[in-house]
Design a protein around this ligand. Structure first.
Ligand code: NDP
Ligand code: GDR
Length: 337
């Protein structure tokens, strides 16, 4: 019998790739849609509006991680086999501006969903989108045993959600798993995260539409992987007999400056001609270096990363150049990559 999944955050980068993956495996997929005054389904329109391509439709439901009753009702109606909690206020810099909102949605939201699973009495497996930001200032390499030292309201909220997931596992026997994912990017990455901000600017500068790019700290070190490979790891985690916690990362790292140089070079440009510093992109407390050790995921899940940061920079630049050219020529923009 085919399985049913519920994804919160289905309109985000990871949610859209995960929905595609689950549909391709024959799942019935339900997504939680947040009410917005403008369209927020761009990343999933190709699977929502053209279900024939995937053989099975994605169903969307209005709900919100701040509304616990709506979550209970939704779970009772859908009775999913698997629940993926990807919904969050996920921007680290913004979390300093809206700390309570971030705590409510990113932290308490996970508890609301777990409590809704418990209250509705359904038998389901839960994936919690935990983050390398929980490690904060703990020195690399970081793995499942590294103590957390978060450096932002976002990081603190994710630590709360992480321990809540562990607690629901221990207290109620829920099949609840944390995936501690390091940064992962794609052409669908939100436009204000640093990689996409850079690759989008490269495309616009290349087309003569932009002259300068303003950035903050270029010395930060990140372990950047490719999002479609990371959602595969999420699915693998929920196929295990026992719930557990897993780090997902490439183990390779680069500074923002190195990513910047690679992205500009991919379009034949020299980054120092265009990039300027703006302190407004600095964070009150920064995470200097995240480099993951995904040995446990490799051993227990058989998961391995394929795409490295340099290749990622190149593929994102190519995609942004293509998208911009399509927009400028009035053609329909491809979103299915
Ligand atoms: P995005 O920012 O692209 O997507 C976030 C999703 O959460 C969107 O669908 C958004 O809806 C939804 N959302 C926001 N607020 C609420 C709310 N109040 N109720 C319900 N849904 C809400 O994130 P990513 O896809 O990059 O990341 C997915 C998850 O993984 C997030 O929890 C993130 O914190 C976590 N994570 C991400 C990593 C990464 O490198 N990408 C690394 C580690 C963890 P809308 O589209 O309407 O805004
Ligand atoms: P991060 O990603 O904070 O690691 O969180 P982001 O791309 O925002 O920042 C990475 C590093 O780049 C530096 N930086 C800038 N960042 C942004 N956004 N904009 C700039 O102009 C800029 N200039 C320099 C930052 O200071 C930082 O050091 C992401 C999110 O997806 C989280 O949800 C997720 O949990 C973590 O990755 C793992």
């Amino acid at each position: 019998m085919s399985k049913t999944a519920l994804i919160s955050g289905v309109t985000g980068q990871d949610g859209s790739y995960l929905a595609e993956l689950l549909l391709s495996k024959g799942y019935t997929v339900h997504g939680l849609l947040r009410r917005s005054s403008s369209f927020n389904t761009e990343r999933i329109d190709h699977i929502y509006q053209e279900p024939q391509d995937f053989g099975r439709a994605l169903e969307l439901h209005y709900a919100d991680l701040s509304d616990g009753v709506a979550l209970v009702n939704l779970l009772r109606d859908i009775q999913p086999d698997e629940v993926y909690n990807l919904g969050a206020q996920s921007h680290v810099r913004v979390s300093f501006d809206v700390p309570l909102y971030t705590g409510d949605v990113t932290g308490l939201g996970a508890m609301r969903l777990l409590e809704a699973v418990r209250a509705s009495g359904i038998d389901t497996r839960v994936y919690q989108a935990s983050s390398s930001e929980m490690f904060g200032s703990a020195p690399p390499p970081q793995n499942e045993l590294t103590p957390f030292h978060p450096r932002s309201p976002y990081g603190c909220a994710k630590v709360f959600a992480y321990w809540t997931t562990v607690n629901y596992r221990e207290a109620y026997g829920l099949h609840a798993t944390n995936g501690i994912l390091f940064n992962h990017e794609s052409p669908r990455r939100g436009e204000t995260f640093v990689t996409r901000k850079i690759t989008r600017a490269v495309a616009r500068i290349h087309a003569g539409l932009q002259k300068k790019l303003y950035l903050g700290n270029l010395d930060a070190v990140r372990d950047w992987g490719y999002a479609p490979e990371y959602v595969e790891a999420m699915w693998l985690m929920l196929q295990q007999d026992e719930p557990d916690d897993y780090v997902v990362a490439t183990g390779q790292s680069a500074t923002v400056r190195q990513f910047l140089a690679a992205a500009f070079a991919a379009a034949g440009l020299e980054w120092t001609d265009y990039v300027r510093y703006d302190p407004k992109y600095e964070r009150p407390s920064e995470v200097d270096a995240l480099i993951g050790d995904a040995g446990k995921a490799r051993e227990k899940l058989g998961w391995q990363p394929v795409t490295g940061w340099r290749e990622l920079a190149e593929l994102m630049v190519r995609a942004d150049i293509e998208t911009l050219e399509a927009e400028l020529s009035g053609a329909r923009v491809r979103v299915d990559r």
